[in-house]
Design a protein around this ligand. Structure first.
Ligand code: GLN
Length: 313
C-alpha cells in the first residue's frame, strides 16, 4: 500500500471510531415520519481515491435514504438532456434560507435560486419528466445512479417515498406556486411523485461514493472511461455544490471542510475532492440547517488531516 493510501486508511478508521463514540449526534429528521424511525447511533464513511482505492469504516455498508443528495444526479441528468436551457428555469445563487423555504419564490417570480433547494430540484425533476411517463422518468434516474455506482442493486425505499408522499405538504405548496408561474410543465402530482421517489433512493456510503466518482474525475465514469458529462459541466456542478449544497449552512461547510458537498436530510453527505477522491459520510442526526452534524465534523477532520481542502493548507 502506498504511503498516501495508508494515510487515508488510518484517517478513515480513526475518524469512524471517534464519531461512533461521540454523544453529540444532532437530531434525526422527523418531518418525513419514516426517517424519524432511524437509529441516530449510525455512522459510516467511505473514501474512493482516483486510483480506485476504497477505504471504508463504521456502518459503511448500511443503506440510508439519500434524500437531497440525489439532486446532484438529477441535475447532471437534466443538464445532459436539455443543456444550458435548464438555467432559464433555475438560478445559480446560494439561497441563504432553508432548503424548503417558500419566501424567495414570490420575489423571484417562481424561479428557484438554485437546483439544490427543494423548489429548484422539483423544477429540475419536472424537466426530466417532460415527454415521459412518471414511471419512465423515475426508471431513467434510478438506472443513471446504478450506472454511475456500477451497482444494479441500488433501490428506491418505497416506504420512505410513500411517507413523504403522504406528508409533503410544503413541497406541494412549492410546486403549485411554481406551476402558477409556468415553471412546472407537468401535472404537479406527477412531478412530485417522481421527486419523492428519487429522494427515497437508498444507498450505503460505499455505493454513494462510487456514484459520485465522475465529479472527481472531470466528468468521466472511471470504470468505463465514458464521459458522463463534459468536463466543464462537472466543474460547474462542483461549484454549485460548494456554494449551495448545504443550504444556509453552505458558507460554514466551505469554511470548515473546503470541498464541494451535498447533504441530505437522511444524514448523508457526498463530498468531492476534485482530482483526488470522492467521500461519502453518513450519520442521521442533523444540525439546525438540516445537514448531518457528525458527517460535517468527520469531513472537517478528514480534509484537515489529508490536506484536501480545495483552498489549500
Ligand atoms: N425529500 C426531502 C424534501 O423534499 C429532501 C430534503 C433534503 O434532503 N434536504 O424535503
Amino acid at each position: 500500500m502506498s504511503e498516501t493510501a495508508s494515510r487515508i486508511e488510518s484517517a478513515v478508521t480513526e475518524i469512524a471510531e471517534e464519531m461512533q463514540a461521540r454523544a453529540d449526534r444532532g437530531k434525526v429528521a422527523d418531518y418525513i415520519p419514516e426517517l424519524a424511525l432511524v437509529d441516530p447511533a449510525g455512522f459510516g464513511i467511505a473514501v474512493i481515491d482516483n486510483q480506485g482505492g476504497v477505504f471504508a469504516a463504521g456502518d459503511c455498508d448500511t443503506p440510508f435514504s439519500v434524500q437531497s443528495i440525489t439532486k446532484v444526479f438529477t441535475l447532471t441528468l437534466a443538464l445532459g438532456m436539455v443543456g444550458d436551457r435548464l438555467w432559464r428555469r433555475v438560478g445559480r445563487e446560494p439561497s441563504g434560507s432553508a432548503f424548503n423555504s417558500i419566501v424567495q419564490l414570490e420575489h423571484e417570480h417562481g424561479i428557484p435560486r438554485n437546483p439544490f433547494i427543494n423548489a429548484g430540484a422539483i423544477a429540475v425533476t419536472d424537466l426530466i419528466l417532460s415527454g415521459h411517463e412518471p414511471r419512465e422518468a423515475l426508471g431513467e434516474i434510478l438506472r443513471f445512479v446504478q450506472f454511475l455506482a456500477d451497482d444494479q442493486t441500488i433501490k428506491i425505499d418505497k416506504a420512505v417515498a410513500a411517507s413523504e408522499q403522504r406528508t409533503g405538504f410544503r413541497n406541494r405548496a412549492l410546486a403549485n406556486y411554481m406551476k402558477s408561474f409556468g415553471v412546472i410543465e407537468n401535472p404537479v402530482d406527477y412531478t412530485l411523485g417522481v421527486y419523492f421517489h428519487h429522494c427515497a433512493i437508498a444507498m450505503s456510503c460505499r455505493q454513494l461514493a462510487m456514484a459520485g466518482r465522475f465529479l472527481a474525475h472531470s466528468g468521466r465514469h472511471p470504470t468505463t472511461g465514458r464521459s458522463v458529462i463534459h468536463m466543464e459541466r462537472a466543474r460547474r456542478i462542483n461549484a454549485l455544490m460548494l456554494t449551495c449544497g448545504h443550504y444556509d449552512g453552505s458558507g460554514d461547510f466551505a469554511y470548515r471542510v473546503g470541498l464541494p458537498g451535498k447533504s441530505g436530510v437522511g444524514g448523508g453527505i457526498l463530498a468531492i475532492a476534485p482530482g483526488k477522491a470522492t467521500i461519502a459520510v453518513w450519520s442521521p442526526g442533523l444540525d439546525a440547517a438540516g445537514n448531518s452534524h457528525l458527517g460535517r465534523i468527520a469531513l472537517e477532520l478528514l480534509t484537515k488531516r489529508l490536506g484536501w481542502s480545495i483552498f489549500g493548507g
